[in-house]
Design a protein around this ligand. Structure first.
Ligand SMILES: CC(C)(COP(=O)(O)OP(=O)(O)OC[C@H]1O[C@@H](n2cnc3c(N)ncnc32)[C@H](O)[C@@H]1OP(=O)(O)O)[C@@H](O)C(=O)NCCC(=O)NCCS
Length: 196
């Protein structure tokens, strides 16, 4: 076991997106993000998603760092574009897991990819050995984010999750090891053009 988990929620940036602790003024944007159809379909957020769910999420996330933390993803104007989180999945084995959600109007600009890369770098810096990401099989955008970050598809758990709306999802397991080769950053338009 080598994990040296932070005592405070970290602030991270690649110069285009910022990851910072959630704050009460983020509630509006969190509500928009989590009540969106795709977020309802592809994540485990409450459904229907109420205003009070966003208030509770921001309140809890602004204080919690163990066994994982959730942060705001912003551009340089500090407005919330999405949220992402890093969580200890198996402390004894130094395995952590990532999750993310981007506001409907901000999708397709490389934001989740940038945020995930920042979390992966952070995970290595605190001693993680493996980073995991689980995506529903039909969530092609999320699977693409994982692949763009160099994660390998390692398996499929058939009908492993009963999601919102009573739909059973196959869950695709992605993983990245600290020892895996570093994937060069693709400066394609959706990746390198910054947050617009
Ligand atoms: C998944 C999600 C976070 C992606 O956020 P994003 O900021 O738009 O992601 P990025 O722009 O970094 O990358 C999206 C990639 O998916 C691709 N993509 C988007 N929709 C797609 C689709 N329907 N089919 C195939 N690929 C798709 C984009 O082209 C891009 O790939 P590219 O860079 O190789 O062109 C966002 O769609 C979202 O919030 N969805 C709802 C919540 C969710 O699913 N969370 C993840 C749970 S595992």
């Amino acid at each position: 076991m080598t994990l040296e988990w932070p005592r405070q929620i970290p602030t991270l940036t690649d110069g285009v997106v910022w990851l910072r602790p959630l704050e009460p003024p983020d509630v509006d944007a969190v509500y928009i993000c989590a009540s969106d159809l795709a977020s309802q379909q592809f994540t485990t957020v409450p459904s229907p998603y109420d205003w009070s769910d966003a208030v509770e999420f921001v309140d809890r996330a602004s204080a919690q760092v163990w066994p994982g933390f959730e942060v705001a993803i912003t551009g340089d104007d500090d407005a919330l574009l999405g949220t992402c989180g890093l969580r200890v999945r198996d402390e004894d084995s130094d395995v952590v897991a990532i999750g993310y959600m981007v506001s409907p109007l901000a999708r397709g600009r490389g934001i989740a990819t940038r945020a995930t890369r920042l979390l992966i770098e952070f995970a290595w810096s605190v001693g993680a050995h493996r980073v995991a990401l689980d995506a529903f099989a039909t969530n092609l955008a999320s699977r693409r984010v994982a692949e763009n970050c160099g994660m390998a598809q390692e398996g499929i758990l058939r009908e492993a999750h009963l999601g919102n709306g009573g739909i059973r999802h196959d869950v695709v397991l992605y993983g990245l090891l600290r020892s895996d080769p570093v994937v060069p950053v693709d400066e394609s338009p959706s990746d390198g053009g910054g947050v617009r």
